[in-house]
Design a binder for this molecule. Structure first.
Ligand code: AHG
Ligand code: MN
Ligand code: MN
Ligand code: MN
Length: 324
């Protein structure tokens, strides 16, 4: 089975980008090891701190963030990093070619129940026009040169794209290397499976409730087929399922908190997953526009997410636009 670096060389990925992806896989192995040690390494549970999003940080949120930050910032190709767990960006090398936005630990409410979590990353080109600070990151997702995630599950997987399809690598624990196990993931156009946090039903727009009602109505309802539902509560794991066997994943607008109508973040959740999903032949939409076309306003911006099997994303959008 092919190793990571030869695969990247075969895909003619620039040497600097190969170096950054290599650094990310080193971090992934370290985080994977700590997760597998679990309680034995004393890494479970929460800290007393809150992050910029107002969420209580888990010990592993902090540890994964520190690890990624420290190791990435030693790489001379890294201009700056942005993280879910950091209020502002952190500068690296002034002549670094790449910006890396990451969600160090996604699905962190799953940590203490020994369930799946992940790390998400988005790599953007560093501007060469003198732009500095946070403004460097405020580029639409269509500018990403690579995006991906690590899924810490029964196996540890590294799934990424450099714009040439979606590659899956599995961590071989015996030799400590990621080996290529899927060359080109493709999302089926149609699906009978959806993923949404149903407990928010009463907070959605009527159009979203109507769409979900019709899915639940099954084969005697307007959609004329039975749908299954899954919710792992870690975007990485839910999107991984969609990439493997199709489906529709959504975290839509809701009115729980007036000033926080969306949950997922554009720069390190929406954009990287949108690039992967499009590379696998699916669609990723905010409910208003293609996610990859959104011009970000700030690094922690939140958006609606509707992604997955192309025909089902179209079906969902037709409800939201009021034509159903
Ligand atoms: P994070 O753990 O990085 O803050 O992200 C959590 C996100 C995402 O992974 C998941 O899809 C969603 O929150 C789960 O939301 P619910 O708690 O509503 O299930
Ligand atoms: Mn969080
Ligand atoms: Mn997350
Ligand atoms: Mn997180």
């Amino acid at each position: 089975m092919q190793r990571l670096i030869p695969t990247l060389r075969q895909d003619q990925v620039a040497e600097g980008l190969i170096s950054v992806i290599n650094t990310l896989q080193i971090c992934a192995k370290e985080i994977s090891f700590r997760l597998h040690q679990g309680e034995l390494a004393g890494v479970l549970g929460s800290t007393l701190d809150e992050n910029i999003q107002g969420e209580t940080q888990k010990k592993l949120d902090v540890l994964s963030n520190q690890l990624l930050k420290d190791i990435l910032l030693e790489n001379k190709f890294v201009r700056a990093v942005a993280s879910e767990e950091e209020e502002g960006i952190v500068d690296g090398f002034s002549d670094g070619k790449y910006l890396i936005a990451f969600d160090p630990l996604d699905g962190s409410s799953n940590i203490d129940i020994n369930s799946m979590v992940g790390t998400i990353f988005s790599i953007l080109p560093a501007p060469t026009d003198g732009t500095e600070d946070e403004a460097m990151f405020l580029q639409p997702g269509s500018n990403q040169v690579a995006a991906g995630y690590v899924l810490y599950g029964p196996s540890t997987l590294l799934v990424f794209t450099t714009g040439k399809g979606v590659r899956v690598f599995t961590l071989d624990q015996k030799v400590g290397e990621f080996l290529l196990t899927e060359h080109d993931l493709e999302i089926p156009k149609d699906t009978c499976e959806f993923a949404i946090n149903m407990s928010n039903y009463r907070h959605w727009q009527p159009e979203m409730r109507h769409y979900i009602d019709d899915l639940l109505a099954g084969e005697t309802g307007p959609r004329c087929k039975n749908f299954n539902m899954r919710w792992i509560a870690a975007m990485v794991a839910d999107v991984h399922r969609v990439l493997c066997r199709g489906g529709l994943f959504t975290y839509p607008w809701d009115c729980r908190e007036a000033n926080k109508p969306y949950k997922l973040r554009l720069m390190y959740e929406g954009n990287p997953m949108a690039m992967l999903v499009e590379q696998a032949g699916g669609q990723a939409h905010s409910g208003e526009q293609r996610i990859l076309d959104i011009q970000p306003q700030h690094i922690h911006q939140r958006i609606g997410v509707i992604l997955g099997s192309s025909n089902e994303v179209d079906a969902c959008l037709s409800y939201l636009q009021g034509s159903q």
